[in-house]
Write a protein that binds this ligand. Structure first.
Ligand code: GTP
Ligand code: SPV
Ligand code: MN
Length: 603
């Protein structure tokens, strides 16, 4: 599919209403002078607009309409084959000093970077339409909500932003009524979708983002990783709240007692799946509901607890592996109104991917647009193929998802993809130790970003690619939040991905993660035991309910919960090495936590 579209000529009345906001108007004019679009389309978020843009995107071959009977209201987009994931090596934090970005971020000097980007953007939209997208992140009446404007020359971005954010006039109204007048300016241009001219640059001081040369979600839906996390985390530190790469779920017991939990797992490590979990049969009467599947904005509320909102309005989820067996709620969500990217197209206009229920089709068009049969050695869907779907489609959407002050968080869970070392679950001693658990998180890399897959790397709080400032300072910010909470969440660490000697996962995961969640809730309620290990509180085998599990024997459970001194010796070395890279910005408390764990192993 050719993603570089010529200018569109909308019918009268569509795309012609600019917001009456001087700052926005001036900025748009400035970008238009630079990029020289044929025309400007002001998005209002209306259904008519969406219908028109979908037709136009089809006409230009940017999206393909799927079979209306099989997947109503749904479309397939293929991104450029060189452009299928986030590009961390081309992602920059442009703070005045390198120290502000810290050693874990790519840094570039702001003035020089603006100059360079302006050079690339000069005339970049000639003969094309420039879209201006107003949007809000967060429930509109939330004190945490943020307004952003994204300029883009990609219809796919407009269609996606309408799903992923609260887009259109609602954002303009919010900005007009806002006290501080704060808004994010995002500029995106596909250029020629050339990896050599691909840059995702953040200017936290200016609340600004410029992204060029890509058309892939995480690089171009500037609301998501760019605003909600990189710029968000920067603002959160200034303003005293937290912007985190976390899902938010509600869990209700058969007695009707409800808790909310937030969990940070790195990209493609199970957030969407956990957020939509369906409890196994044994857990009759338990209900899990989704507040968010990727990002949490959390503030200290009047009740002295940490409250979280999901800033997004939709899910941009990993497709491969999604099935009725692994995640029936996701399957129900994506059976209509879905914008698919880089999955396979069947001959009857349906979509297919590795891990979908049922037999593979005898023939399909793969994510690159080539013929595919089950005999093909290549994947039909890209491993990082995605769905974008409105959160309203989720059958287990939490009723409090629009609540402005957010939902009270009882537990925070950190977790990574680790073949060894990390037990299925354990609990931190307190907030400071929990911050240490988050700070030392590591995970095997996945297809969500370009680069090698399966390599263990430190990914503190799952924020390594998303923290908009110095990681050591970010830890300091975390350490300050805990003591300000009257009733801080308990902090846990999980690992669904531990493997046995045969190289297979020891834990079946997915719905069965409810068993771990139950232990976590019971810990919050103080009604279940644990063993005090050097690393924290680890459940004893009898503390976890494994009744009805076929593949988890008590020996397997013991293995899943084991804390092996030799593995931990290596782990502690890896943690120390990582901490050293952070230099003097690393809070002393975290070094002390590290030494305490090491000492506990020795005694
Ligand atoms: P991003 O959208 O990239 O942030 O990913 P995510 O954290 O939401 O991950 P997601 O839930 O989409 O899962 C990613 C991959 O992990 C999929 O291939 C899932 O099938 C797999 N996965 C999720 N949960 C589990 C689990 O409990 N066990 C195992 N073995 N795999 C899981
Ligand atoms: C992730 O990579 O963590 C995602 C997908 O959630 S993206 O929006 O591309 O960042
Ligand atoms: Mn993510």
């Amino acid at each position: 599919m050719d993603n570089l579209a010529p200018a569109i000529t909308p019918p009268r009345g569509l795309g012609t209403n600019p917001p009456m906001h001087r700052g926005v108007l001036n900025w748009v004019q400035e970008v238009a002078r630079l990029t020289q679009p044929e025309n400007i389309f002001w998005c209002d978020g209306s259904a008519e607009e969406n219908t028109y843009l979908l037709e136009e995107a089809q006409r230009q071959g940017i999206v393909h309409k799927l079979n209306e009977e099989k997947v109503p209201g749904s479309y397939l987009h293929r991104s450029n084959t060189n452009d299928v994931a986030r590009v961390e090596q081309f992602t920059f934090i442009c703070t005045p000093t390198k120290a502000e970005a810290g050693p874990t971020n790519n840094w570039a000097e702001p003035a020089e970077t603006y100059l360079k980007l302006n050079g690339m953007l000069k005339g970049a939209m000639e003969g094309r339409t420039m879209f201006v997208i107003p949007y809000i992140m967060g429930p509109p009446d939330s004190p945490l909500a943020k307004v952003g404007f994204e300029i883009t020359d990609s219809i796919y971005v407009v269609l996606s932003m309408r799903i992923m954010t609260r887009m259109g006039d609602v954002a303009v109204q919010r900005l007009e009524g806002s006290e501080n007048g704060e808004w994010n300016r995002g500029v995106h241009s596909l250029l020629d979708v050339n990896p050599d001219r691909r840059l995702i640059c953040h200017f936290p001081q200016d609340n600004a983002i410029i992204s060029v040369g890509s058309g892939y979600g995480g690089n171009v839906l500037l609301s998501k990783k760019c605003l909600a996390l990189r710029i968000g985390s920067y603002l959160a530190r200034q303003q005293g709240w937290l912007a985190e790469h976390m899902l938010i779920l509600g869990v209700e017991s058969p007695e009707g007692q409800k808790h909310y939990v937030a969990a940070a797992f790195p990209s493609a490590c199970g957030k969407t799946n956990f957020a939509m979990l369906i409890p196994p049969e044994r857990f009759q009467g338990w209900k899990v509901t989704t507040v968010g599947d990727d990002i949490a904005w959390m503030q200290i509320a009047e009740d002295g607890r940490l409250h979280a909102v999901n800033p997004e309005n939709g899910y941009f989820g990993v497709v491969p592996g999604t099935s009725h067996k692994s995640n029936a709620n996701a399957m129900k969500s994506i059976e209509r109104d879905t914008l698919y990217t880089n999955v396979a197209l069947t001959d009857d206009g349906d979509v297919w991917w590795e891990g979908k229920d049922g037999a593979p089709p005898a023939h399909a068009i793969d994510w690159k647009g080539a013929d595919w049969t089950p005999e093909s050695k290549k994947k039909a869907a890209h491993p990082n193929s995605r769905f974008a779907v409105p959160m309203r489609n989720n059958p287990v959407l939490d009723p409090e998802v629009e609540k402005g002050e957010g939902v009270p968080i009882s537990a925070i869970i950190f977790g990574g993809r680790r073949s060894n070392t990390m037990p299925l679950v354990f609990q931190a001693r307190d907030w400071e130790h929990g911050t240490f658990l988050g700070a030392t998180m590591a995970s095997e890399t996945t297809a969500a970003a370009t680069g090698a897959v399966g390599q263990v790397r430190r990914d503190p709080m799952a924020m390594l690619p998303f923290c908009g400032y110095n990681m050591g300072q970010y830890f300091r910010h975390w350490l300050k939040i805990g003591p300000r909470l009257k009733n801080p969440p308990l902090i846990f660490h999980v690992n669904w991905f531990r493997k046995g000697a045969d190289g297979k996962f020891l834990w079946p995961g997915f719905g069965h993660n409810m068993r771990v969640l139950e232990w976590i809730i019971d810990r919050c309620e103080g009604r279940v035991g644990a063993n005090e290990a050097p690393i924290g509180f680890v459940p004893r085998p009898e503390d976890l309910d494994i009744e009805g599990m076929q593949n988890v024997s008590s020996a397997t459970l013991t293995e899943l919960l084991s804390v092996k001194a030799d593995e931990w010796e290596k782990e502690l070395e890896g943690q120390e090495k990582f901490f050293k890279t952070l230099g003097s910005d690393l809070p002393e408390e975290l070094n002390a936590q590290h030494d305490k764990v090491a000492a506990r192993f020795k005694s």
